[in-house]
Design a protein around this ligand. Structure first.
Ligand SMILES: [Zn+2]
Length: 113
């Protein structure tokens, strides 16, 4: 568990833990590198990615459109307001944060091409 990652996320900033020694990405977020166990440091990430797949959820409280987004070397599950999505389209993270129960959330919109 990387406390810094969640502190940053709570402020609405998306930053990815990168190993200070070998440069590997620690994802899911971790305070130590998954490869060499060196400490990681948060680096600002690009906010754009590619939508790999998506589906509509009808679970109460979590209804909406959710998609798997590839951002560089990591993948996150984000929510979308728009239903007009297509696999492979470019998307942009517009918001991120923590829910009251501590769950991370990410919101995306399609980027105009
Ligand atoms: Zn490393």
């Amino acid at each position: 568990m990387n406390q810094d990652f969640f502190t940053s996320l709570r402020k609405g900033e998306f930053r990815i833990p990168i190993c200070v020694s070998c440069g590997a990405i620690a994802w899911p977020p971790s305070a130590n590198c998954p490869k060499c166990l060196s400490p990681t440091q948060l680096k600002k990430s690009a906010s754009t990615g590619t939508l790999l797949e998506f589906s509509r959820s009808h679970v109460t409280g979590k209804d909406g459109v959710f998609g798997l987004v590839k951002m560089g070397d990591i993948r996150v599950i984000g929510s979308f307001d728009s239903g007009s999505l297509a696999e492979g389209m470019k998307v942009k993270m517009t918001q991120c944060g923590l829910l009251d129960d501590g769950t991370a959330y990410y919101r995306f919109v399609p980027t105009s091409t």
